[in-house]
Ligand binder design. Structure first.
Ligand SMILES: NC(=O)c1ccc[n+]([C@@H]2O[C@H](COP(=O)([O-])OP(=O)(O)OC[C@H]3O[C@@H](n4cnc5c(N)ncnc54)[C@H](OP(=O)(O)O)[C@@H]3O)[C@@H](O)[C@H]2O)c1
Length: 280
C-alpha cells in the first residue's frame, strides 16, 4: 500500500478525494497535517518529513480576483510552491499529479487541446502556468487540466441556486467553459494514477455557456430563469476572464472508463447533493 499525500484539505477537489482515498494524508494550512504553500522555503523539508510515495497537488490560490490583487501570494502558492513539490518528487523519483486550469488560455478560441499554447489574460492564469511549467519539468508528472470545478464549496451552480432561491437577480458572466463535478474529477485523477498516465490531460465537462448552465439549474428547481441576466460588463471584476476557456476532452474520453463529462450526468450529481441537503 502506497502512502499518498494530497495537498489541500477543505477544498473542493481535496474533499472529493478524501471520500475515495482511504489512508491518504491531507495537508494544507487547515489540514490534519500542516503545510503552508506560502512558505515556499519550508516546503521541501515538510515533504521530506511526511515522506509520501505519491503527491497529488489539489491546493491552489483559486480566487481569480484575489490573485489579481495579491499577486505575490498567488505567485507563491500557484507557482513557486510547485517548483519545490516537483523538486521533492524528482529527488525521490515518485509520481506528481498537479491540477491545472483552463484559465491558462486567453479564451479567444475555446476547445483547447493538450497541445494548445497557453496565453493567460489574468494573474491567476499566469501564476498557474508558472506552476504547470515547474510540474512539467519533471517527466514523471501528470498535469490534469480542468475547468469550472463544482463540489463542496462556493461555486457557480451553488451561487445560482442560492440567489434564485431568494428571488434575487443573478448577473451571469458571458462565455463558455467546461464545468465538472469535483467527485468526477477526483475519480478521474485516481484512474489516471492507476494507469500510470504522464504528461498533460484535459479532464473537464462538456462545453457550455454559464447562462445555459444557470437556466438548466433554474428549470430543474422550478426557479425563475428570467432573473438570470447577462452581465454585460457590469460585474466590476478585478481580473479579466477568458471568453471561451472550454477544453477539448477527446483524449480523456478515450482513456477514462466512465462518463465524467456529460452536462446531464454532472448536474445529476449536483442535484443529488442538493437533495441530500449537503451543507455547503
Ligand atoms: N475551482 C475551479 O473552478 C477550478 C477550475 C480549474 C482548475 N482548478 C484547479 O483545481 C485545483 C483544485 O481546485 P478547488 O476548486 O478544489 O480549490 P479550492 O476549493 O479553492 O481549494 C483550494 C485548496 O488549496 C489549499 N490552499 C490554499 N492556499 C494554501 C496554502 N497557502 N497552503 C496550503 N494549502 C493551501 C486550501 O487549503 P485549506 O483546505 O486548508 O483551505 C484548499 O484545500 C486547483 O489547483 C485549481 O487551480 C479549479
Amino acid at each position: 500500500m502506497y502512502k499518498a499525500l494530497v495537498l489541500g484539505n477543505s477544498g473542493q477537489l481535496a474533499s472529493s478525494l478524501r471520500d475515495i482515498m482511504n489512508g491518504a494524508i491531507f495537508a494544507s494550512r487547515t489540514g490534519p497535517v500542516k503545510i503552508d504553500l506560502l512558505n515556499v522555503d519550508a516546503i521541501f523539508e515538510r515533504l521530506s518529513s511526511i515522506n509520501p510515495d505519491v503527491v497529488i497537488n489539489a491546493a491552489g490560490f483559486t480566487s481569480v480576483d484575489k490573485c489579481e490583487l495579491e499577486k505575490k501570494n498567488a505567485y507563491s502558492v500557484n507557482g513557486l510552491s510547485v517548483r519545490e513539490i516537483a523538486r521533492y518528487c524528482r529527488g525521490k523519483k515518485i509520481p506528481l499529479i498537479h491540477i491545472s486550469t483552463d484559465y491558462v488560455f486567453d479564451g479567444k478560441e475555446g476547445n483547447y487541446t493538450e497541445e494548445s499554447v497557453p496565453n493567460p489574460i489574468n494573474f491567476y492564469g499566469l501564476s498557474k502556468l508558472v506552476g504547470d511549467t515547474f510540474a512539467l519539468s519533471y517527466d514523471s508528472s501528470l498535469l490534469v487540466r480542468t475547468s469550472g470545478v463544482f463540489g463542496s464549496s462556493k461555486n457557480f451552480p451553488i451561487f445560482v441556486l442560492e440567489k434564485l432561491s431568494r428571488n434575487e437577480k443573478v448577473l451571469v458572466l458571458e462565455g463558455y467553459y467546461s464545468p465538472i463535478f469535483s467527485d468526477f474529477l477526483a475519480r478521474a485523477v485516481l484512474q489516471l494514477i492507476g494507469l500510470d498516465y504522464k504528461g498533460i490531460i484535459n479532464v473537464a465537462g462538456e462545453r457550455i455557456s454559464r447562462i445555459d448552465l444557470a437556466e438548466v439549474i433554474a428549470d430543474k428547481f422550478g426557479l425563475d430563469r428570467s432573473l438570470l441576466i447577462p452581465s454585460e460588463g457590469k460585474l466590476n471584476l478585478a481580473a479579466r476572464r477568458p471568453y471561451d476557456s472550454s477544453l477539448d476532452i477527446t483524449k480523456a474520453k478515450r482513456v477514462l472508463k466512465f462518463d465524467f463529462y456529460s452536462t446531464r450526468t454532472n448536474l445529476e450529481e449536483f442535484y443529488n447533493q442538493v437533495n441530500k441537503g449537503k451543507q455547503y
